[in-house]
Every structure is written in structure tokens, then in C-alpha cells.
Design a protein around this ligand. Structure first.
Ligand SMILES: *[C@@H]1O[C@H](CO)[C@@H](O)[C@H](O)[C@H]1NC(C)=O
Ligand SMILES: *[C@@H]1O[C@H](CO)[C@@H](O)[C@H](O)[C@H]1NC(C)=O
Ligand SMILES: *[C@@H]1O[C@H](CO)[C@@H](O)[C@H](O)[C@H]1NC(C)=O
Ligand SMILES: *[C@@H]1O[C@H](CO)[C@@H](O)[C@H](O)[C@H]1NC(C)=O
Ligand SMILES: *[C@@H]1O[C@H](CO)[C@@H](O)[C@H](O)[C@H]1NC(C)=O
Ligand SMILES: *[C@@H]1O[C@H](CO)[C@@H](O)[C@H](O)[C@H]1NC(C)=O
Ligand SMILES: [Zn+2]
Length: 934
């Protein structure tokens, strides 16, 4: 209501005072808040909020928008009641307006939708809890992220936003749009939802998010203030007014209506808000001659692709950050799982305890906030300085260890298993204070490092499945398998002894592990897990003797083959060429598809600038020096070895490309995909060549330049080499200009066959020739891309010689029609894989009913096309539930169909009394919101 509506026949220039406050970048989030480490950048968010509120208070005509709740909520806590009352008044009167309202302004290329929704929810609910519905942000504001994803538009629409504004888009795209008056459009965010459910008005800012040239009035800007004393020699009012009017007209030429916006502010500006406001007041006073203007257009065009990749000039593609800091990217994805598990268990425990209010422990908010911060566009994107990246990881670590793991321990052990809920209340308060834990969570299971399992003779693994459907998962546990031992794994609920297999620790693992730990085997078994629940396994190690010889656990032996190698299970057979050492072909046994598949690990040399452009490869920018990558193996030959023996559960092939690049290819019994585990690092740079390492698959699939990549782990977009759907591309970088974000999957296909690769973290990927696809897994660079971070992306890792990263790709080769049902379900299992903590001996008193040994918290497992995205408890003690149809409209004939599920008794032993449907961000009732119709 307090918004100036403007005048119909004039050009209306909306002056929008704002500040862009990165939740960590050159400095950590704490350093930015207080203004510490000021030699790097002078920026202190506390002063911004202090002085803005003061300046708004003194003049009711002034306005300000604020975005990042991670900062605002801190500041709010530090204010006295008087200031808080004043701020409430400013919000009620529309003088201080929150827009976006996320915990941070999240990155769009490397984020997963689960984490985006959570970080938005955290911020939006804070605003509603603090200021009520009047403060609900209507406009999403993504002014700085380096490219924009279609899924983000869909999520914003479902969160009830009326529109989105952003600043960065491809320079050619922007030119075209300015010419065609398409700086504002309707963005259709989903191919599956009915219009206009995922439609979002989208405005592109004329000047990124900066003021027009000459109008930066911040205390740290160099532009002249308005000097308006008519008696003075330096009076510049006429000049300023003329310049402003000409800037306004220039901008108006690119827009369809007589309303344009000027973003008056920039990074960390307004720390002395008076400088800005005083000059804007004068500017508005003197520019009173708004000019007649005619509206010419009434219709908006519709866009249905996305804004990737982003280039701000020729040769400057911001496609490196799709992969930058792969370790951090992996940890963010993993931490998302811990947060969901923590939410689920808290909810079940709270329900059982019968507690009605104030349930949210401040502790689990530690992880929630750490995840919110980690989604920021310089965090998971990998574009911060090293000390800031360390700070992001540390926050996640603290969240995971102090919260998720302890919650798991205390809630599961004391609350869920033993007392059937009677003592949950006490347990919850002990979680809130300082929980202690006997439960071991090993952080480095990925490198077969866990002192506890390696040294124990008897322990229990409690395997928790966060999915709302039952799954069977292979578990791998680091053990000491010195020949005289045998292992027995018992599923406690049935007493059944499970089939096991010992896999010797690989050379790659030993080299990553260095001097830490010395487990020499992984003990493998298949855990059958109930929907949303756990199953417990006892693992015992015996000295072998004549009497228990029959309990012998098969242990494979790694040998160098003298011939080509084939490994196979019920579904696939994978062939390796002994001479090249590379994967050669894949057969899908059921469908009879057999095609050549050559997979190799290669690296591009990061450019240090050349004649065409000075642009170097760096944290943001990917710019290879040449389109032809080098082999990771020295002589183009890969050292191949294979696990031999009876191998009842898993078959493995090992590839050593070099001392710093390894792979394991695995086929598990009964599992319908091929697992490829890559280990890369320390990437050598002594030769002074920065390296960007890729995994490339070459097949005979006739993909003809088309490939497909997901957006934030959800819907999939079609890509075409050297092509953009909405303008005629002038391609300046044949490799980097064809890279797209891959958050969970990439595929190529022809009329019949589809090769899909799923990832365990966000990476950049492309298809540069027909039948090929590639993913960039790691990068280490010596140059600097001049986009602000001012440090080479040269992660040295904990041993100082270069970061080693290990991750997984999962391959599916199948017919086009039967691929989606596999990659959708596998994608779900990948980001919500089971949690496997261990406990000395057995937790369980044998008198306990078997009932406690395996337990599902859900009454009816959900059908496979429905994902339980959120099961959490809010501050006010309500349950927040999100159910998601995880198949896109044309994915699968059967599974893409709409499904009806009952919320009744979703969680065991509890009755649903009232259900309210909220916006996706959980901050308002859906039926109270009317989005603007366009
Ligand atoms: C301040 O920034 C520098 C440069 O990035 C960094 O090395 C240093 O660790 C920072 N200081 C603190 C206290 O984080
Ligand atoms: C470990 O468990 C034992 C018995 O269950 C308990 O008495 C002890 O307090 C626990 N220790 C810690 C550090 O939690
Ligand atoms: C494509 O871009 C390059 C680099 O800016 C420029 O030199 C060239 O003229 C452009 N080509 C066309 C056809 O516009
Ligand atoms: C990269 O890191 C290594 C340490 O592993 C260091 O020796 C080298 O000087 C660094 N190079 C640059 C350009 O930062
Ligand atoms: C193993 O996992 C931990 C925890 O997620 C992570 O910090 C580490 O980087 C991973 N190690 C490798 C080699 O990827
Ligand atoms: C938003 O805040 C209002 C007023 O404080 C409250 O009544 C309402 O329940 C909140 N909405 C949600 C979805 O929490
Ligand atoms: Zn930013």
C-alpha cells in the first residue's frame, strides 16, 4: 500500500536503495557481520543495518529493501526492544521491505533443490515469526548468482513469489533482449506443473545490481555527491539531473512499460546510509520533470529454458564453478542428508514424547543455519577465498557432529528404542544442552578409515534409511582382515547370518589414507532396510579355528590380468581392454543392448590467457588452453587390475591412470547400475600447468549434439552443442561454452539407447561430440580469473600438497523408455543414502522385544514416485511435511502418473487432526495467497 504506483503517462523510475551482503566470500560470514579482517575488504553488515534503520526512521519517504536473513536475524537478536519496535513499524509501513528472504541468496548451479527449499524456509519463516504476514517477501532477488536455473524459478513460483529480479545473464543474451524489449518476461519454470503454477515474472536488471554510472553515493564510492547550493561554484545539479534523465531514457528503451527500476546500491554498501539517502533525496527532488511516455506493449513473452551458462564477455564463461571445490560440494550434499535425518528423528521423538510446543532445539538450528549459509552463491559454488571455504566446511562439521549425530544417538537409543517415548522429554533437553555420545560416526568411511570398526571385535551397525520406501543397500565397513580372522554379520531382528565378502583395501585408498588407519579390508554385506526406519546388524570377528572353518568369509584377491576382463552381474556386463586398460563395452543383459563404451580420465590445461583474450581459468571461469585434453595416464595406458575369487557380492576392476588418478568400477549382485568410483588428487602443478580433470565416456550412441542435464536435481533440460534456444550464439569457447551444471544426472540418447550418468555432487558436464559425454570432477589452477576472489583455486588439502577428492558416478545403459524410472529412483537413493553409525557391543538388552531391532516410523511406505522431502518439526511444534512427485511429466508411462497418498497415519501411532496447505517455503497458508496473474 505504501508503494508509489506512478503515473500512467509518464516514465516512472523506481529508485530501489539496497545493499548486497554476501554470506561469506572474501571474508567469513562472521567477519562480514562485524567488519573484521578489514584489510581484505571494508565491510561490516552490523553498521549497515544500524545506519539504514536510523536513516529510515528520520524520514518517512525513504525506503530500503533487505535480503539476507542470515545477517538480519543476528542483528535483530542484538537489538533492544525499542529498536525492535521501531523496525516492526518500518516493516509494517512498507519502508523497510524484505525481499527474497532466504537465509542467503543461494547459488543456482551447484545447489540441490532440497537444500534450496530448506534455506528459503529458514529465512522466510523467521520473517513470518518475527514480523507476521505483512513482511512476506513477494519478490525474489537473485542479483548476483552466476547464471540462473529453471528449477529455481519453479521453486520461487511455488513459494508464492510474484516475480524475480536478477543481474547476471549472458552478454549476448542481454544485448538481444535489450533490442527485442525482452528484459522482462514470464519464465515457465516447469514442464510438468500446470501453468501458471510454475510461471514467474522475471525482470533483468539494467545495471546488474549497481546504480547507473555516476550515481554511486556510498561513502566508499568515487562519484560526486549532489552539490546544490546555487551560490556555489561547484554546483552540479543541472549536470546530475541531465545525466540521470539520459540514463533513465537509455534504460527505458529496453523495457516494454513506463516503469523501470534503478538499483541504488552494491556490495556491502550503506554502512553509512546517510551518504546514500541524502543524495537520493536530492536527486528525486531535482528530477521532477518525468517525461511523457507511451506504453506500446501489453503482452509478455514466455521463456522455458534457463540462463546457463553465463558469460559476461567473449571467452569468459562462468562454468568452472560448476566443479570448483569438489570436496566442499560433496560435503554440502552429504550434510543435507544429515539435516533431513535429524529432522525426521526429532519429529518422531517429539511426537512420541507428547511435547506440544517449543520443540525445536536451538542446536539443530545450528546445522540448519550452517546449511543455509553453505547454499550462498560464493559457498557451495566454490568461489570464496580459502579461509572462507574452510569456515563453511567447519560450520557444517560442527552442525553434523554436535547436532545430527548426537541427535541420532540420543533420540534413537534413549527415546525411540528403549522407553517407547516416555523419557523423550528428558532426552530432548539433554540434546539441547550437551549431548554425549557413545555412537561412532566415522567421517572417513569413504577412504576405509574408521579406527572403531577396525579395532573392535564385536559391534553393532544401526543402519538408518531416510527414504519413505524400503531399500536394500550394500554396506562397506573398514576391518582388519588379517588371515586368521573370520567375520560374522547377523541381522539382529531375524538372527539370520548374512552373506559377506571381504574386499582388500585398494592401492588408491592406501595412497589417499597415507599414514592414517590400517584397515586392510572392507567387509561388505547387504542391508535390507525398512521405509523410514532402521535395521541393526551385529558384526563379530573371530579367530578362525578348525571348528568354525565353515564360517569362512570369502576374500578376493587383486591380480593383474593377462587378458581382457569382463565383470558381470544379473543386469550388466562390463568389458575392459587389457592393452589400453580402459572400459571397452557395456552390455545390458535384460534388454540385450551392447555398445562400445570407452571411458577415460583426461585433463584440460587451464588457460593463463592468450592472444584471443587475457582471460585465465579460475574459481569461476573455465577456460581450457586447448580443446584437446591430455590423458591422465602418462603413456595413454592405464594400469588395470581385477578382484578375483568367489566374490559373492561385488566384483571390482581397478584402474590406475597415474599416481593421482584412480578408478574402481563395481558391479554389485542384484543392483541394476554400474558404480564408478573416481579418486583424483593431489593434482600435480609443479609443471606450472593448472589442470581441470574430466571423466569422459565415448559411445556409438547417435546423440548428434544433444544432451540432457538436470536442474538442481529435479527436472531435466535439453542441451545442444553450440546452441542457445533464444538467440543466435556466437560461440567463443568451444569447450567451456558448452558446459552446463550437472547436479545429479546427465544423459545422451538416440532413438533407442540412453546412457545416463548420475553424480554424487554437483559438477560441470557436457557432450562435445556425438555419442560422448564428460563430467569435470576436480580442478586445480594457478592463474586467477579476475572476477573478484583474487586467489588462485589451488586447494592444497590437509597435507599441503593438493586436495584429493573421491566421488562416485553411477551408470545406466538402457532403452530410452525404461531409463527414467531407474535414474529417478537411483537419484533419490543417491542423495538420501543410509546413515551407518556404529556402537560398541550391542545396545540391546536381550529382554527387549524384537520389535525394537527393526523399526519403520511410517505406516504405509510411499509409492516409488513419491519422495518424502521434508518431515520436520517447526518452532511452534507443528509438523512440516513435504511430499514430492519425483517423476517429470513424460518420464515414464506409469510412474509419471499422478498419485494419491493418504496423510492419515503417515507416522506410526499418530493421528493427523488438522492439515493446512502451505506455500513451498512454509511461511504462509496457500489459500491466503493470490499471486499476481500476468
Ligand atoms: C583474513 O583474510 C586472509 C586472506 O584471505 C586470511 O588468510 C586470514 O586467515 C583471514 N583472517 C582470519 C582471522 O580469518
Ligand atoms: C556410554 O554408554 C554407557 C552405557 O550405555 C554409559 O553409561 C556412558 O555414560 C556412555 N558414555 C558416554 C560418553 O556417553
Ligand atoms: C563473435 O565474437 C567475437 C569475439 O567478440 C568477434 O570477434 C566476432 O566478430 C563475433 N562474430 C560474429 C559473427 O558476430
Ligand atoms: C599452489 O599450492 C602449492 C602447495 O601445494 C604451492 O607450492 C604453490 O605455490 C601454489 N601455487 C599458487 C600459484 O598459488
Ligand atoms: C571423505 O569424506 C569426508 C567427509 O565427507 C570429506 O571431508 C573428505 O573430503 C572425503 N575424502 C575424499 C578423499 O573425498
Ligand atoms: C505467520 O505469522 C502469523 C502471525 O504471527 C501466524 O499467525 C501464522 O501462523 C504464521 N504462519 C505460518 C505458516 O507459520
Ligand atoms: Zn554476491
Amino acid at each position: 500500500q505504501s508503494c508509489n504506483q506512478g503515473e500512467a503517462d509518464k516514465l516512472n523510475v523506481h529508485i530501489v536503495p539496497h545493499t548486497h551482503d554476501d554470506v561469506g566470500w572474501l571474508k567469513t560470514v562472521d567477519q562480514y557481520y562485524y567488519g573484521a579482517n578489514s584489510s581484505i575488504a571494508w565491510a561490516g553488515v552490523q553498521y549497515i543495518l544500524d545506519t539504514v534503520v536510523q536513516q529510515l526512521s528520520v524520514d518517512p519517504t525513504r525506503r530500503f529493501i533487505y535480503v539476507e536473513v542470515a545477517f538480519f536475524s543476528r542483528w535483530w537478536r542484538e537489538q533492544n526492544t525499542e529498536v525492535q519496535q521501531e523496525v516492526k513499524r518500518l516493516v509494517q509501513e512498507g519502508r523497510l521491505e524484505f525481499i527474497l528472504g532466504g537465509w542467503s541468496m543461494n547459488d543456482e548451479a551447484a545447489t540441490h533443490y532440497n537444500a534450496i527449499i530448506d534455506q528459503m524456509t529458514l529465512g522466510l519463516r523467521f520473517l513470518n515469526d518475527t514480523f507476521g504476514p505483512c513482511a512476506r517477501p513477494r519478490v525474489a532477488w537473485q542479483i548476483d548468482p552466476f547464471g540462473h536455473s529453471r528449477e529455481q524459478a519453479s521453486l520461487f513460483a511455488q513459494m508464492g513469489f510474484d516475480g524475480l529480479f536478477f543481474g547476471r545473464l549472458d552478454y549476448q543474451d542481454k544485448e538481444t533482449r535489450e533490442m527485442k524489449l525482452k528484459m522482462e518476461e514470464i519464465w515457465r519454470g516447469s514442464q510438468s506443473l500446470h501453468h501458471p503454477e510454475a510461471d514467474l515474472f522475471t525482470g533483468l536488471n539494467e545495471n546488474g545490481y549497481n546504480p547507473p554510472a555516476g550515481f554511486c553515493f556510498d561513502a566508499y564510492c568515487k562519484d560526486d555527491p549532489i552539490m546544490d547550493d546555487p551560490t556555489l561554484e561547484d554546483n552540479n545539479v543541472k549536470q546530475k539531473v541531465d545525466d540521470f534523465i539520459s540514463a533513465a531514457h537509455k534504460q527505458a528503451k529496453h523495457f516494454r512499460t513506463n516503469h523501470i527500476m534503478m538499483t541504488m546500491g552494491s556490495d556491502f554498501q550503506y554502512s553509512n546510509a546517510k551518504a546514500w539517502f541524502k543524495n537520493l533525496d536530492k536527486l528525486m527532488k531535482y528530477v521532477n520533470s518525468a517525461v511523457r511516455y507511451k506504453n506500446c506493449f501489453f503482452l509478455w513473452s514466455v521463456k522455458s529454458d534457463d540462463f546457463f551458462p553465463y558469460a559476461d564477455a567473449p571467452h569468459q564463461f562462468w562454468t568452472g564453478y560448476f566443479t570448483s571445490r569438489p570436496g566442499l560440494k560433496g560435503y554440502v550434499r552429504e550434510s543435507n542428508k544429515y539435516l533431513q535425518v535429524c529432522n525426521q528423528l526429532e519429529t518422531v521423538a517429539h511426537l512420541r514424547s507428547g511435547m506440544k510446543s517449543n520443540l525445536r532445539t536451538s542446536k539443530s538450528n545450528v546445522l540448519r543455519a550452517a546449511m543455509g549459509v553453505a547454499q550462498h552463491h560464493d559457498a557451495v559454488s566454490g568461489t570464496s577465498k580459502q579461509h572462507v571455504a574452510n569456515d563453511y566446511a567447519k560450520r557444517l562439521y560442527i552442525g553434523n557432529h554436535r547436532v545430527a549425530f548426537k541427535t541420532f544417538y540420543n533420540l534413537v537409543k534413549n527415546c525411540l528404542f528403549l522407553q517407547g517415548g516416555r523419557h523423550c522429554k528428558d532426552v530432548i533437553s539433554s540434546v539441547i544442552t550437551e549431548g554425549s555420545s557413545n555412537l561412532t560416526f566415522c567421517d572417513y568411511m569413504n577412504i576405509t578409515l574408521c579406527d572403531f570398526t577396525q579395532n573392535s571385535n564385536r559391534f553393532t551397525a544401526v543402519v538408518y534409511n531416510p527414504l519413505a520406501r524400503a531399500v536394500s543397500k550394500y554396506i562397506r565397513i573398514p576391518v582388519d582382515c588379517t588371515p586368521s580372522y573370520i567375520f560374522v554379520v547377523i541381522e539382529l531382528v531375524t538372527g539370520a547370518r548374512l552373506t559377506t565378502q571381504l574386499v582388500p583395501v585398494s592401492e588408491a585408498t592406501e595412497s589417499v589414507r597415507r599414514n592414517r588407519g590400517n584397515a586392510n579390508c572392507e567387509l561388505v554385506f547387504l542391508a535390507k532396510l525398512p521405509a523410514l526406519g532402521y535395521n541393526s546388524f551385529s558384526i563379530e570377528k573371530y579367530k578362525s579355528s578348525a571348528t568354525n572353518k565353515r564360517l569362512f568369509t570369502p576374500k578376493g584377491k587383486v591380480v593383474n590380468p593377462s587378458d581382457d576382463i569382463t565383470i558381470s552381474n544379473e543386469f550388466y556386463s562390463v568389458n575392459f581392454n587389457r592393452n589400453s586398460g580402459l572400459m571397452d563395452s557395456i552390455v545390458n543383459i535384460e534388454s540385450g543392448i551392447k555398445i562400445p563404451v570407452h571411458q577415460d580420465m583426461l585433463w584440460y590445461n587451464g588457460s593463463m590467457g592468450n592472444n584471443a583474450s587475457k582471460q585465465q581459468s579460475g574459481a569461476y571461469i573455465f577456460r581450457p588452453n586447448s580443446s584437446t585434453p591430455f590423458h591422465c595416464s602418462n603413456d595413454g595406458k592405464v594400469k588395470l587390475s581385477v578382484l578375483t575369487g568367489s566374490n559373492p557380492l561385488v566384483q571390482e576392476v581397478y584402474q590406475k591412470f597415474s599416481d593421482w588418478a584412480y578408478q574402481v568400477v563395481r558391479l554389485y549382485k542384484g543392483i541394476k547400475h554400474i558404480e564408478v568410483e573416481w579418486t583424483v588428487g593431489p593434482i600435480p602443478v609443479k609443471d606450472q600447468w593448472g589442470k581441470e580433470v574430466i571423466s569422459r565416456y565415448e559411445t556409438n550412441i547417435d546423440s548428434n549434439g544433444y544432451f540432457y542435464t538436470d536442474a538442481n536435481g529435479r527436472e531435466v533440460l535439453e542441451r545442444k552443442k553450440n546452441y542457445r534456444p533464444t538467440w543466435k550464439l556466437n560461440q567463443t569457447e568451444p569447450v567451456a561454452g558448452n558446459y552446463y551444471p550437472v547436479n545429479s544426472r546427465i544423459y545422451i540418447r538416440d532413438a533407442h539407447v540412453q546412457l545416463t550418468v548420475l553424480t554424487d555432487r554437483s559438477q560441470g558436464g557436457s557432450s562435445l561430440s556425438s555419442g560422448a559425454l564428460e563430467l569435470m570432477v576436480h580442478r586445480r589452477l594457478l592463474g586467477e580469473d579476475s572476477k573478484g576472489v583474487a586467489e588462485p583455486l589451488n586447494e592444497t588439502g590437509q597435507f599441503g600438497d593438493g586436495l584429493i577428492t573421491r566421488g562416485k558416478h553411477w551408470l545406466l545403459l538402457d532403452t530410452v523408455t525404461s531409463s527414467a524410472k531407474q535414474h529417478r529412483l537411483l537419484g533419490e537413493e543417491a542423495f538420501m543414502s543410509p546413515l551407518v553409525p556404529h556402537q560398541a557391543d550391542s545396545w540391546f538388552n536381550l529382554d527387549l522385544a524384537l520389535f525394537f531391532l527393526i523399526q519403520s516410523f511410517i505406516v504405509n511406505p510411499l509409492p516409488p514416485n513419491i519422495h518424502l522431502l521434508t518431515l520436520a518439526t517447526t518452532n511452534s511444534g507443528e509438523l512440516l511435511v513435504r511430499l514430492e512427485h519425483q517423476f517429470a511429466k513424460h518420464d515414464d508411462d506409469v510412474l509419471s502418473q499422478p498419485v494419491t497418498v493418504s496423510l492419515k497415519g503417515l507416522i506410526k501411532n499418530f493421528e493427523v487432526k488438522i492439515v493446512d496447505e502451505l506455500l513451498l517455503g512454509g511461511n504462509a497458508l496457500k489459500n491466503t495467497i493470490n499471486r499476481l496473474q500476468w
